[in-house]
Design a protein around this ligand. Sequence first.
Ligand code: PLP
Length: 385
Amino acid sequence: MERPIYMDYQATTPVDPRVLEAMLPYFSERFGNAASGGHAFGWEAQAAVKRAREICAKVLGAEPMEIVFTSGSTEGIGLALKGAAESCLQRGRHIVTCATEHPAVIDTVRHLAARGLEVTWLPVDREGSIDLRQLAAALTERTILVALMAANNEIGTLHPIADIGRVCRERGVLFFCDATQGVGKIPIDVRRDAIDILSFSAHKLYGPKGAGALYVRGKDPPVRLAAQTQGGGQERGMRPGTLNVPGIVGLGRACEVAAEELSTEAARLTRLRRRLHDGITRGVAGVALNGPAEKRLPGNLNLWFEGVDSAALMMEMKEVAVSSGSACASTEREPSHVLKAIGASDRQAHSSLRFGLGRMTTEWEVDRVVELTVRAVRRLRESAP
Ligand SMILES: *Cc1c(COP(=O)(O)O)cnc(C)c1O
């Protein structure tokens, strides 16, 4: 069988050839441990990590010392939430977050709630947006942290991070942003947006799996996160352990390429997404968009196909790799918590598909996916009783 057309870029992305090329020497001849200070192998690795740290910082508008390398966003999110909760215990034990966050945030917050943390879950409207007045009203003397994502991985909603940052800063509350879908895709600047902690991941950004970073504000005043693993003093003690040098080099190169191409790529993906959306809605009736129409992640299109089961639809169009929920939850048949939060019924949630477009998506692929989707939806509706 021919390989399907890949339209699942919110689940993961292929490694860009430019990123792979930068990484390769660090698997073989430049294999040193970045903590080995006594010889050239260590210095070589150290220099590569330093350079990647500078690039990651620059892309976020941060300082190099504010970057903590991790194994990806799930780890970064855990360190941010547990680390902040642990180091702010004297100040209070209240966190504000939202119903549409990634499971890495939701499950960590639940874990903390089971240990006595108070949580406010902000609701969202039909497009997945929070109400800033509700956010401001939720903050109390005991609130230590607000955790809200930059861009939603299922329906593409963009949260107004600069406004959220301003509200949090005025009230002296830390703002943690899960920017795994945002970094390299939408403009983010941690100073302008008043973000205190931010997590992102290389594999959503055309870099390798198993590498990511956490921005942790280092001054005015510095944010302290209690380490969640103990060992050597790497990463200012917040994340000890031998650094994944090839992964870090890949993350740096991935950030560099994404920053260079951000605006042209956003425009190209917006055009391709509209072409896909228009093509499908012209071809079949009873299709509605999940998530916002305009202000959204350029490469995300989540559609509800009335009366069509999404699992059956995916079987009917095996030539396309799409998703019927987030990758982590899609083996179960639980309706998506994000679609439920925007008011979808279980039936609607089970009739929705996410199309994720990205750097390697071509116009030809989009037109082919329109054709295959329209044909599959028609066939299923015709065969329905
Ligand atoms: C993929 C994703 C994560 C998890 O990142 P990993 O690096 O795969 O652990 C967290 N949040 C969002 C929004 C994501 O899309």
